[in-house]
Design a protein around this ligand. Sequence first.
Ligand code: BGC
Length: 435
Amino acid sequence: MTRRNILKTAGTGLVLAGASPLLGGPVRVQRTLPRDFLWGAATSGHQVEGGNINSDSWVSEHLTPSSFSEPSGDACDSWNRWREDIALVKRMGLNTYRFGIEWSRIEPARGEWSLASLAHYRAMVDACVELELEPVVTFSHFTVPRWFAGNGGWENAESVELFGRFCEKAAQALGTGYRHALTFNEPNLAAQLSWQPEFRQAMAYFAMGNQQAAKAIGSEHFASTLTSDPAKTLANTIAAHHRGREVIKSVHPRVQLGLSLAVADEQAAPGENALQRKIAEVYRPWFDAVDKDDFVGVQTYGRAVVGPDADRAPASGAEVTQTGMEFYPEALEATVKWVAKATGRPIIVTENGVATNDDSRRIAYIDRALAGLGRAIDAGTDVRGYIHWSLLDNFEWNRAYTAQFGLVAVDRKTFVRTIKPSGPHLGTYAKSNRI
Ligand code: BGC
């Protein structure tokens, strides 16, 4: 018979239960979380909707040769099946759905607004509210309209004005049924990837793709997320974030507004000292830029072990995921603690997940990531939600449909959705509101 330890603290409702470590048994820690803790699953417009023919990505996907292993095509047909997707979130026991709105659907040509698309996204917000789900809206998840890419994308200072105008139109249409929004998804991703040797090698290829894309749309420029001018892009996206925040809040003053960052658990390889340089490049400008935001969205998939001037490949023998990353769910504990400390802002985990076709590994990943999140909360980190990437197996950018991040499988021919065991598994945490 093991001795039970029960210990409650006022702040987190921490409950320690199980065998005493003195007796050598495992300790299960359970914390009751605040009542409005967000438990969700996420998607982005382009990765699930299908047929986003006016986006920059669609252009790049159809180049010959293309860096995409396949075009997005119909994706998950969520443009038509979005009600079913929202119902799935509910059925799994979660309380939050994070989704993106597609600028290229809303403003397919410069200054031309699609009322039907605006109404579509408004209906998504309303449907979540009806089902008592919290919608978390991403205004920009990587993709931009092809005309905007042709205008020089984020390298052009005019992008700030253009993004502000888009945010205002969209916010006016969306109403006030949503309480959380992100201007940008991972605007620091390109900087983070530039520390990966394979990405550096592919840069010339991407640049060639952008030249070819410019030709394809009959423009002088084509600047996508993979910019050729990181300094201008950084300055303009920071200004666009601030402008977006201002206009969205002027329409919907009670919204909690932030952006999400790609955050790896950054570790220095033994004896190496490039880590601080990497942090200064990849994170510092954004940590400073979010100082007036209501929260920071942390998006973590693993750790980066930083060598003299690049990230190291996973150690030989380490378990790796379908995207070649080390299976390392413990990263989440470190990243939420770090970003909270560095920014002084509350944290919402807006993405965390693993690419695998073995759903039992996803369950293990979720359990270990959440155990770490619990430890971070015990240490005093202000975490307001955990949103898993992704709701659906979807279009994983250049890898197309070869990586499965979903809690739900999607049949590639019929689009039939099938909930995997990991879905209700995450739902069990949500329903008990405990880690
Ligand atoms: C992005 C998602 C992507 C996921 C998995 C994140 O960087 O926000 O769009 O699918 O990682 O690679």
